[in-house]
Design a protein around this ligand. Structure first.
Ligand SMILES: C[S@@+](CC[C@H](N)C(=O)[O-])C[C@H]1O[C@@H](n2cnc3c(N)ncnc32)[C@H](O)[C@@H]1O
Length: 155
């Protein structure tokens, strides 16, 4: 770990600015040149039943931010929800966002395993329309069902 941490530190030195603040303030600063990756708390992990994060991301406010980013032509990638077997977690993001959704096989669900079931978890990765268009211009557009998934399990 020490070697890897120092290697990453070396790569980042002079190129990275770290900030700790509400996501909306950072999103207000980005423009078309950026590639934004967002890994907000999954839906259901900020409420009263599961308050693992001190702040939170309110679904409707987050959707408004995504609409604004898309309107400004910002390329972004978002992990936000998923499914285990037939059970889908979280409210679907609205169609008007025009997101491109890729499902990633995240492996066997530990929660299901503990409950005596054998389900695979799939996580959604969303690409914004400006990102899909940008990739298409570089002729690397995502092809549904044809992605080669990198997997730690395969290493
Ligand atoms: C799923 S975790 C991200 C994990 C991270 N990508 C990693 O690999 O370590 C979600 C993060 O969002 C942060 N968070 C929650 N509400 C936020 C808000 N309103 N603005 C900015 N960050 C927030 C949480 O503190 C938490 O660190």
């Amino acid at each position: 770990m020490r070697r890897e941490i120092f290697a990453v530190s070396h790569l980042f030195t002079g190129r990275v600015r770290l900030a700790s603040m509400d996501y909306k303030r950072i999103l207000a600063e980005v423009d078309k040149r950026a590639l934004v990756y967002m890994d907000p708390p999954y839906q259901g992990t900020c409420g009263k039943r599961d308050a693992r994060y001190c702040t939170g991301v309110i679904f409707d406010e987050f959707v408004e931010e995504l609409i604004d980013l898309t309107g400004r032509g910002v390329s972004f990638i978002l992990s936000y929800d998923g499914r285990t077997g037939d059970k889908t977690y979280g409210k679907p993001l609205p169609d008007r966002l025009n997101l491109h959704r890729i499902e990633l096989d995240a492996g066997r669900s530990s929660q299901s395993t503990l409950m005596g079931r054998d389900d695979v978890t799939y996580e959604s990765l969303y690409l914004s329309l400006p990102l899909v268009q940008r990739l298409a211009r570089q002729d690397v557009r995502p092809k549904p069902g044809a992605q080669r998934q990198m997997s730690l399990a395969a290493v």
